[in-house]
Design a protein around this ligand. Structure first.
Ligand SMILES: [Zn+2]
Length: 233
């Protein structure tokens, strides 16, 4: 077999060197009451695994990522909602990464996958667009029931704009986004596109009580700011 990240021959799916280079990501605040939990920092072998899945449809690359995501998802999470790729993009690359990752986490945790949002037919990439354009919501709800404490699932967290749009399509009900990798720049509190989001690193462990405290805090903020909240935790 070959290492999925660096293609050197090795007995498992990842060579020892790549396995050692995987760096756990801190929990981050994504804005709009969303907390981001990632398997790894988006660099080195983790980045190569995501790219293999996303652009070359190498499904085996999802396995080590799903391992890390399943290990980090808080015990309070009740269901997994994949953030879908734009239909044309999924068609072009032959894979919908969030759906593959959600299925992998579901197999490991027993959590149900709920297809609660669908993409609009097409939307442009975030890079280079104005702030107003970026805030346009590219998702619509499918009408599926969204259980309390359902977590969004995506491949990568960069500015958080996609995750916020997905949560917004569900009226802010999901308060957690579980991703394979998180852009390392987020740790320094910078958006790669110029301060569009406030991102704060949080170095503590992601346990159930921590998440509940932070979620309650986020909901209170939402109640003040937007006047709409989901059901109490
Ligand atoms: Zn390797």
């Amino acid at each position: 077999m070959f290492c999925l990240a660096c293609i050197t021959p090795c007995p498992g799916s990842l060579c020892a060197r790549c396995r050692l280079a995987l760096r756990p990501a801190p929990e981050v605040s994504v804005g709009s009451g969303l907390i981001g939990v990632a398997g790894f920092v988006h660099e080195g072998p983790a980045r190569r695994l995501v790219h293999a899945l996303k652009y070359r449809a190498v499904l085996a690359a999802a396995e080590p990522l799903a391992d890390a995501m399943a290990a980090r998802i808080p015990a309070s999470a009740s269901a997994l909602i994949p953030v879908p790729r734009a239909t044309l993009r999924a068609f072009r690359h032959g894979v919908d990464p969030a759906a593959v990752l959600a299925a992998g986490v579901a197999r490991r945790t027993g959590l149900p996958v709920v297809d609660a949002i669908k993409p609009r037919w097409w939307w442009r990439r975030h890079a280079g667009r104005s702030r107003d354009e970026r805030s346009a919501v590219p998702f619509v709800p499918t009408g599926s029931f969204v259980p309390k404490n359902a977590a969004l699932v995506d491949d990568v967290l960069t500015t958080g704009a996609t995750a916020r749009a997905a949560a917004s399509a569900l009226e802010g009900l999901p308060t957690l986004v579980l991703v394979a990798t998180c852009a390392s720049r987020m740790e320094r509190g910078e958006s790669p596109f110029g301060g569009a989001v406030t991102v704060q690193p949080f170095s503590g462990p992601t346990d159930q009580s921590t998440l509940r405290a932070r979620t309650t805090e986020a909901r209170r903020f939402d109640a003040l700011g937007r006047g709409s909240v989901g059901p109490p935790l």
